[in-house]
Each structure stands twice: as C-alpha cells, then as structure tokens.
Design a protein around this ligand. Sequence first.
Ligand code: PLP
Length: 393
Amino acid sequence: NIKLSDRVQSIKPSPTLAVTARAAAMRAAGKDIVGLGAGEPDFDTPEHIKQAAIKAIQDGFTKYTPVGGTPSLKKAVVAKFKRENGLDYDVKQVLVSCGGKQSFYNLAQALLNPGDEVIIPAPYWVSYPDMVLLAGAVPVIIDAPQSQKFKITPAQLKAALTPKTRLFVINSPSNPSGMAYDEAELKALGEVLKDYPEVVIATDDMYEHIVWKAGSFRNILNVCPELYDRTVVLNGVSKAYSMTGWRIGYAAGPEKLIEAMTNIQSQSTSNPTSISQVAAETALNGDQSFIGEMVKAFKERHDYVVSELNSIPGISCLETDGTFYVLPNVQGVIDRIPGISDDLALSEHLIEHGGVAVVPGSAFGAPGHVRLSIATSMTNLRKAMERLKNSLT
Ligand code: PLP
C-alpha cells in the first residue's frame, strides 16, 4: 500500500510514448498496425557520427565527464550558435543534458517556485505542462486554433501575462503543429515581452533544421536581441541528426541560470553519456549534408500526406512550415461518425479498427485534431492513408 507523492500524481506518462508502445505491443501480438505516433526521424544516425562514438569507446572515453558537458562539446555548441544562429555565448553559458527533455526539466526546476505561472501556447509539446507541474508551478495555456495557423497573437500573450508569470515558452517550428513563427510575428511577441522584464523566455528550437518554408530559421533573439539577458535557447541533436536514442540536448542562456540548471543536473543524472557527447560533437562540427537529405524526404511525404488527408471528408489539414508532424483538424469526422465523440475516441477507433496509430490532439492541448508523424516510409504512409480513407469515408 504505497502512498505516492502529490507531485507524481499531478502528471501523466508521455502520451506520445504511450501510443508508440501500444502500437508496438499490438504489432508484437500479430496485428498489422501502421504507426504514425513516433516522435523521431526514421533515418539511421549518419555513419561518421556512429564511427566517432565507436572510436570513443575504443579510446577508453567511458568515464564521468564534467556535469554540464565536455569542454570540447561546449565549444562545438558555442560555435554552432555563432555559425547557424548568429548568437554569441561563452562556454559558461552552455549546459549539455541528457536530451532536450532534460534541458527543459532543468530549467523548470531551477527557475520555478510553487504558484509561479508559465505561459505555454497550445498546441504544445506534451512535456511542457507536466514538467511545469513537477516544479510545482502552474501552466497557463494560450489556445492557438487552426484558424491562426496554431500560432498565438501578441494580444493573446499580453492577456495571459500576470505578475506571477515567470516563464514564456515558444517552440518554433512546433511539435505538434509544424508551424513556425516568422520574423514579424516573433518581433511582435517580443514587443509585448519588453514590458515584462521579470519574465524569462524559453525558445525551443529543436526542429530548426527541419523546415521548408522560404526564409531561414529565426528565433525570438534574432529579432529581439534586447531579450538576450533573459532568454534560454534550447536545442539538441535528437531530431536534426536522427540521434534520439543518444540523449543529447543543450541549452544556452544567462550564466546564473545555466549554473543553477547545472546544479540540478549534478544532483540528478550528472553528465550525459560520455560516448554520446563525442557523437554530438562530431554531429555539430562535421558534414551537415545528412540534414538536407532528410528534410527533402520529409517534404515529399508532407506534400503527399497533406493532400491525401484533405481528400477525406471532414478532415482539414494545413500545409506546415516544417517538422515531421501534421495536425489535421478532424472535428468534421468526429461529428459525422456515430459513437465517436472526440479525438481520443477517434484515435482509439483508428488503432483498433483502422490499423493506424495516431496521437489524439488532446494530448497536445488541441482537441478535435490528431497528430500524424510522417517519419516513416512512403510505403507505410500510402498504406496508412488508404486505411484512413477506408475507415473514415
Ligand atoms: N522539444 C520538442 C519540441 C520536442 O518535440 C522534443 C522531442 O520530442 C524535445 C524537445 C526533446 O527531445 P529529446 O529529449 O529527445 O532531445
């Protein structure tokens, strides 16, 4: 009769990982399921990155490293920010963690007190609200509907800010919507934030490289450099280099905050895996051509999937700016099919009777939608679209 903490009872297991696990279990039981739940690229980690890790093992680089990452990886991160984002950091302003997930976790633990408010635009990455709750703070959700391309307006941001707001989270391009804020939109949000100097900004740039919209990737610091002293940039190698299993993410920001985040990490995981750090350094410093090839494949799949989805009555899917997700509005299907009352029931129907695993939009704060991952082969996507058509028309 173990009594669990209030803390753990305030959260739920990651629904995206749960869908993937369920699809895998059904497949293991002999069912033919096309999984569109995955939050990871379906490509192999590039060979030169793997070889660097193998060499690290053979060289005996298998011990503790400094908690926040090796000096050479931190230097590679600093160089990356300069080269790709035009941002200047000292190595003291960088923390390398066990995936982007831990980067945000450290930030929440280092920054938030009970009762503090964190503004999170919805649709959101599933982990933000729960990590905020784990820190005892309060997620304040701003709803960005499909009609706004799933992006919040400056007026919405202003209305959500209160004297208790400690953190504003922006994820562009977004998981799950695939939408990216353009320069003007970022600038307008930055203008609002200028009047709230005590609010810290977290920009999660995890999908910065997976974009196809014209114009290069920009984050809020690029257009509002005056926010530098209170902005934390979060990124990692998971998605850009298809390295989800290696568990390397990184953060850069004000030295005092990074130091506090490092202290949290020093009492939880210590350093990220030494071998993975060598791999990540090779990824950041090495040949970048892998990314272009991957993005080309995602774009082709995106075009196919969006057009197929829009041919199903009751589904409306926007073209995205990037990522490997699409977030169709399925309310018309929910309204049309008797016995299906929401996106959760529809997702259940699709996995049980359609043989396709998708993630209900409710998991991302977007009820009436489902998230499909296009990080799977065209063969699988064709099969999935055929099944969706058969079970929904
Ligand atoms: N941020 C966003 C928006 C994500 O979608 C993810 C992964 O799904 C992460 C951060 C964390 O990635 P990881 O912990 O695998 O590096």
